[in-house]
Design a binder for this molecule. Sequence first.
Ligand code: XMP
Length: 530
Amino acid sequence: MTQALADAQTPASASPRRGGHHEVLVVDFGGQYSQLIARRVRECGVFSELLPADVGVAEIVRRAPAGLILSGGPASVYAPGAPALDRGLLELGIPVLGICYGMQLLAHSLGGLVERAEVGEFGRAELHLRAFGRLFAGLPAEQTCWMSHRDTVKRGPEGFTELASSGVSPVAAFEHEERAIYGIQFHPEVVHTPYGQQILTRFLQDICGCERNWTPASIIDEQIARIRAQVGSGHVICGLSGGVDSSVAALLVHRAVGDQLTCVFVDHGLMRKGEGEQVIAAFRDTFKVPLLAVDAEQRFLERLRGVTDPETKRKLIGAEFIRVFEEEASKLSDARYLVQGTLYSDVIESGGRVGAATIKSHHNVGGLPDDLAFELVEPLRMLFKDEVRAVGAELGLPERLVWRQPFPGPGLAIRIVGGEATKERLDLLRDADYILQDEIRKAGLYRELWQSFCVLPDIRSVGVQGDERTYGNVIVIRAVTSDDAMTADWARLPYDLLEQIASRMMGELHEVNRVVLDITSKPPGTIEWE
Ligand code: XMP
């Protein structure tokens, strides 16, 4: 056990905690940054979860958090049907921080005045402190912050100290120190609020009394204990995809139950260059995890023969993947448990927020049907992606695997657009992709990009190489920045880098005589081409 965890469990400390951690709960009023608040709290070393706006006082009492944060949200506090605040939450003696809508709710329910401002306040704003109070002590009197609201608090509730204003918001922050109730109109959780993390830390450490004990090491200890309790002496199976989630999930389970775990890695021949070998080297050779590696390239190529429609490709690949996986799993007849790399964001997303329209039927290879006769082990269920990476690094996973960009389950097959994914075309795309990744890594840009990849459309273009007329392939460079793949911007790669990539592709790959750049953002485009 880590020292921080051991300290947190000494009986001398009377603060409430769960699983050995203080926790601060975020009550989610539907704001676009609610998840981000929980992530930032965890970055301060304090465990945090999101709860729905209608969570009752009884549940909060049961969880006994060290603090509550009321998130932002799109509603107006005085509109009929707007999510309301249960006043009982403010009588529990638990410190409360309201952010944006959360602050307006506090004001509205405690007798302050909230009204629609004449103009909304969106983006950067200057914050002027009138009083530092407990929340801002030691911070500059003038600071920049990020605002996103139309309603504004015109007057704080009685007994509250008004701490700050901005151009549009007469009361941009208030506090009641004795009741430990705090409100801020701006968003401390976004990077455009430079002192945001300090303000959150002030709330978490000084006001709520939390310690920094949510660390990768403590996460590992806690998950190992949970996995052991769930699995006992049972046998566990895990499908590795080569991505960071399944890799970290597998390593955690292996730490917990050793060789009771067997991993299955299906190489469908649609991966990037060298990726299959890297997975096998890391798991079999370095971590000594029992591994069944299946070379299924031929089977997948056969399935894909003659197929050009993207959705058909996805479905065929998904179905074949499950078939191969089941064949391997049946060799391990005593396996009762199946590891899945479900993340906390998946848990939240499937927990009732209205789903977005289905644009593509995403098949995630490694995503298996629910009716397989296994009990699921989900060691990442509590974790955000950045925590998964931190845990992976702590477990010794190679940097390449920890920081791997997302890669679609159907792999390179859906990047051969309008054409058939033959071995020849897959190899060409793989080689082009390798050059792109190599140059992007050398330029130090790999981690800054959400994804970077090549697309091979089924067209030919005329060129001249040496003295010869050529009729060759076109390679598309696609590189995007994004936080969550819901929206994305095309990455402004430096011209010199683009030039280097293009000339390498045309020099090293004889079949290529033209390289183009995709400058579409999402929306209106999607990240992938099909
Ligand atoms: P789009 O193209 O919809 O992609 O903007 C959003 C993210 O999802 C990935 N993607 C897939 N992942 N199976 C997957 O596992 C799929 O069929 C699939 N299609 C797209 C894409 O790479 C991006 O990260």
